[in-house]
Ligand binder design. Structure first.
Ligand SMILES: [Zn+2]
Length: 553
């Protein structure tokens, strides 16, 4: 009989919410070789300690499974941490002050980039002339929170070579004024790619923009620059208690950056990276998804997923809906994939054993995606596919039962709702007053038997899980929608166990039980005892991924 080695780490004196049905609450957790070896009362677990065991006394604070961020953009977010944050900025005067201070702090930057600029930032559609009044002598640009629009000043448009327009594919537009020059509004990636490139972020945008790899493959110096962007993203995740990340864009390059960090011992979260399949791709591009799945298939880096966009976003009225946008008879947005086309791709991806995740915000986009999943199931037979729909901001209620019937996971960002976290109430307008009743139906979806997981879509919104939890719990219901908030217990599950399940990672992480990875987050207090409106006053004391302390201590 071999002696069992003493644990490397014991967290004790905790209120452990395990998300494990057999033992939902405990007082202590022991981890050895990166794996949870004991969960129990402190009297059961503490005696396992040996001389070299590190013991963290949690002082009655909540310990949860490390958060599973079900939808974010890691490298893009990491790169934007060095941009000017415009979250919460309103009005021309405030914008100008913020940008000029940022310019002073960054005298050498070839492009001054602001991120998170609200569509209503200055109270009217923004033009290059507005931005010229902010700063005229250096290129500046602003990204909308949804990353579907960029506004640039004249210097940036000129430096990027798009001041007099550019050829762009359908759906991407350098908006032109009557005088034959660009207005400064750039819609979708192919329109703003050259502006982004001024700041050196073009390579890390490809995973979301084109799904293709940089060509030629970057040299060592460029790789090192981009690896630091990924590292900043990972550090930001660790600081917020996140130990698993579903990156909702991707290509081989993204995985290569993360693999490079792993080689340096700097991969501090488990990352799943899908292959981003674009409408211009032939179905045999799914071969690349298969190759990524074969090449990255361990507990820290994996693929196995295809990400597609079915539509745009509500703010720019590019979400695909069943009825007309308010005040725009006949305008309903459009599906980025045709009905039959999507059904064909979904069937083929499903046949190859890939999980599918589709961005679908409007109710028509959601329905078309469900129809495609149904076609795949009819063709290939049922399997444990856990195909997902991302966002589901607007839903025709007749589709509610189909999620459970088809086994489709709902990956929702409750914090994206107008007026919920950082987004203004003006975001309600494109829904139409009579359709808010069908917006962000988290509770109705769960009640209909669907698996619901939560996330931030960072850098679209703040990554903070604790802020997200608070916002979800205290938000004001939309008129006619009923109360769509989930209670705290479901909310915590949506950020942990259900997120892990939705990513086929439930045998690895998402619950605290023996045999699973030592992925924990220790809060600074008891999340069940503080008032809901004060949950975001709690902090992250420590994050532990695979038994290693990745933040705090
Ligand atoms: Zn996203």
């Amino acid at each position: 009989m071999t002696a069992t080695r003493a644990p490397d780490l014991i967290v004790t004196g905790a209120r452990v919410l395990t998300m494990w049905a057999d033992r939902p609450r405990a007082g202590a957790v022991a981890i050895c070789d990166g794996v949870i070896v004991a969960v129990g009362d402190r009297a059961e677990v503490e005696p396992l300690a040996g001389p070299s065991t590190r013991v963290i006394e949690a002082g009655g604070a909540t310990v949860l499974p490390g958060f599973v961020e079900s939808h974010l953009h890691l490298v893009l977010g990491g790169s934007e941490l060095t941009h000017l944050s415009l979250v919460g900025i309103e009005g021309e005067a405030t914008l100008t002050r913020a940008f000029r201070a940022f310019a002073n702090d960054n005298p050498e930057a070839p492009l001054l980039m602001g991120q998170g600029g609200d569509y209503g930032l200055i109270g009217r559609p923004m033009t290059r002339h507005d931005l010229d009044r902010v700063i005229a002598d250096r290129p500046i640009a602003i990204t909308a929170p949804d990353h579907h629009t960029v506004w640039a000043n004249t210097a940036a448009l000129r430096a990027a070579g798009v001041l007099y327009g550019a050829d762009t594919p359908p759906g991407h537009e350098v908006v032109m004024g009557d005088d034959g020059t660009a207005t400064g509004e750039l819609r979708e990636f192919e329109a703003f790619a050259k502006v982004i490139a001024l700041g050196g972020d073009e390579r890390v945008n490809l995973g979301i923009a084109t799904g293709r790899d940089p060509s030629p493959w970057p040299d060592a110096a460029a790789l090192a620059v981009d690896r630091e962007k990924a590292a900043r993203g990972l550090a930001h995740c660790a600081a917020h208690g996140i130990t698993s990340v579903i990156n909702m864009d991707g290509n081989r390059y993204t995985l290569a950056l993360l693999d490079g960090l792993r080689a340096e011992g700097r991969l501090t979260a488990r990352v799943k990276v899908p292959f981003h399949f674009k409408p211009d791709m032939a179905p045999d591009m799914l071969d690349e998804a298969g190759a990524l799945t074969a090449d990255y298939a361990d507990d820290w880096l994996s693929s196995g997923m295809v990400k597609l966009f079915m539509d745009g976003v509500m703010d720019s009225r590019t979400a695909f809906r069943l009825d007309d946008y308010p005040g725009q008879p006949g305008h309903r947005g459009a599906g980025l994939f045709g009905q039959d086309e999507f059904a064909r791709i979904a069937t083929e991806a499903d046949r190859r054993g890939l999980q599918i995740a589709v961005h679908a915000i409007g109710d028509a986009a959601v329905r078309r995606t469900l129809d495609g999943y149904a076609a795949a199931r009819a063709a290939n037979g049922p399997r444990d596919s856990r195909h997902r729909i991302e966002h589901i901001e607007l839903l025709d209620r007749t589709d509610l039962p189909r999620f459970a019937t088809l086994g489709v996971t709902c990956s929702i960002q409750p914090v994206h709702g107008p007026g919920v976290l950082d987004f203004g109430l003006d975001g309600m307008e494109p829904f139409g007053a009579d359709r808010l009743r069908d917006a962000f139906l988290c509770r109705d979806l769960q009640a209909a038997g669907a698996m619901v997981c939560f996330s931030s879509d960072w850098p679209v919104t703040d990554i903070s899980v604790l802020r997200g939890i608070r916002a979800q719990l205290v938000r004001t219901p939309y008129p006619g929608a009923g109360d769509q908030r989930l209670p705290l217990s479901d909310t915590l599950a949506a950020y942990t166990a259900r997120g892990a399940w939705a990513a086929h990672m439930e045998r690895l992480t998402g619950t605290i039980r023996p045999g699973l990875s030592g992925d924990l987050v220790i809060l600074t207090g008891d999340i069940e005892a503080v008032p809901e409106a004060e949950i975001d006053a709690l902090g992250i004391r420590a994050t532990i991924a695979g038994g290693r302390v990745t933040h705090g201590g």
